[in-house]
Every structure is written in C-alpha cells, then in structure tokens.
Design a protein around this ligand. Structure first.
Ligand code: IPE
Ligand code: IPE
Ligand code: MG
Length: 238
C-alpha cells in the first residue's frame, strides 16, 4: 500500500497561468488560452509514454463565469473549435474522452460537440482523457446529493446504505479511479474547487511554470518525483 508503482495511474492537472502568460507578452488573455490549449496534446502523448492511464484536466470552473463576457465567450468558442479540430486525432490515437461538470449552463452547440466526442471515443481504451468543463467540486457534490436524494425518494436507495463507498457512485467521476497526483501550474498553491472528494489522498505538486510553458519534459520530471513519495493513507509505515 505504501509503495508506489513507478507512474501514477491517474494524474489530474489544474492548467493555470494562461492569462499571465499572455499579459507578460502584452497580448490579450485569450492568446494565452489558445497557447494553453496547444499544450494538451503534448501532455496527453507524454501520459501514454509515462504509462499514465487517466489524465484529467481542469478547463473551466463553475467560478470562471465571473470573468469578462469577452473572455468567457472566447473560451466557449475555443472549446468548440478544439473539439471540432481534435476529435479525429483523439479517436485515432485511442483516447477515450469524457467530460465532467454541469452541462446545463453550457450552450447546446457545445454540449452537442461534447456528447459527440464522448460517443465517438466510447470504445477507446489506450488513455482516458477527462475534461472538467463548468466543473466545481462543491457543485458536483451538491448535484450528487440531489440525485441520491431522488433515489431515496423513489425507494431505490435505503438511507442506511449511504456511505463513503455508495456516495461517489453519484459523482460525475463515478467510473474513474481517484487521482494519484494533482498538478497545478503557475505557482498558486490552492485547489480552487477541483476534485474535492476524489483528491482526499492525492499527492500534490505545485509548479511555478505557467501552463502554456509546461512541456512534456517538465511533466515527466514532476511525475518522476511521485515515485519516491510515501503514500501512507493514515497508516504507519512498516
Ligand atoms: C487557466 O488560466 C485557464 C482558465 C481558468 C480557463 P488563467 O486564465 O486562470 O490564467 P491566470 O491565472 O489568470 O494567469
Ligand atoms: C482554476 O484556475 C480553474 C482552471 C484552471 C480551469 P483559476 O485561475 O480559475 O483559479 P483561481 O481563481 O486562481 O483560484
Ligand atoms: Mg488562474
């Protein structure tokens, strides 16, 4: 239990620092988001090489609606463009794509593209890419509680059976293992509402590099550090 295999099975990344990357170049923030989106493919390929089976990336939080209308609209447009452009590549590279987060507030054209990409890649199994879009950990737990309450109301679930094993079946991530390693770029040491339940025992790495500068080499180095960490899960090392 305390010995790590060389690579984590599931790595989750808070891709932060796009705005500062653009500001440093006197460019609009959206230029940073476009540069950041370009990094995803490289990190996904590196994941396969590093034997990481699950990669989860934070693309847009439930709090990011607080940004200017220009930035939010630009991001939504970027997500649509990204899915249109990358779908075939992702499919051909054996990537299974899933989205987590609340779709209700997203525009129907984007939701259609998300559904289409999930369907297209549903039989792939080489690497599992999960994109958190309009995702918030608290929102996810609240939505899960709502669904659970509904099942209780319908007589499908006995309240006595609600425990830390049954509850996560109601989370957006119910088919995924918990993340072993959570990486945040750009130097901020906080989790900003990402995978709250799932990361209870994750290892964390806060990296100074801004997301658009985060290369496969840096990624490999960070993942390499994971192998020498002791994961104790509350127990005492033998
Ligand atoms: C992360 O980069 C991407 C999103 C939140 C969509 P930021 O846009 O937060 O970049 P900084 O933190 O302002 O530099
Ligand atoms: C977290 O980054 C969300 C994403 C990376 C999508 P933020 O930049 O929104 O987080 P805060 O505002 O610094 O906490
Ligand atoms: Mg940020």
């Amino acid at each position: 239990m305390t010995e790590n295999k060389a690579s984590p099975d599931h790595v989750a990344i808070i891709m932060d620092g796009n705005g500062r990357w653009a500001q440093m170049r006197n460019r609009p923030r959206l230029v940073g988001h476009h540069a950041g989106a370009k990094r995803v493919r490289e990190i996904l390929r590196a994941s396969v090489e590093l034997d990481i089976k699950y990669l989860t990336i934070f693309a847009f939080s439930t709090e990011n609606w607080k940004r200017t209308q220009t930035e939010v609209a630009g991001l939504m447009k970027l997500f649509k463009r990204y899915i249109r452009r990358e779908s075939q590549n992702l499919f051909q590279e054996g990537v299974r794509v899933r989205f987590i987060g609340d779709r209700v507030r997203l525009e129907p054209a984007l939701v259609d593209l998300m559904d289409g990409l999930e369907l297209l890649t549903a039989d792939n199994d080489r690497v599992h890419l999960t994109i958190a879009l309009n995702y918030g950990g608290r929102d996810e737990v609240a939505r899960a509680a709502r669904r659970l309450a509904h099942d209780v109301e319908m007589g499908k679930l006995n309240p006595r059976d609600v425990c830390d094993e049954t509850f996560p079946r109601y989370l957006d991530t119910h088919v995924l293992p918990d993340p072993d390693l959570v990486i945040r770029t750009s130097g901020e040491a906080r989790i900003s509402n990402f995978l709250l339940w799932q990361s209870a025992y994750a290892e964390y790495e806060f990296i100074e590099t801004l997301w658009p500068d985060f290369t496969a080499e840096i990624f490999a180095e960070v993942v390499g550090r994971y192998a020498v960490r002791d994961r104790r899960y509350g127990a005492v090392l033998a």
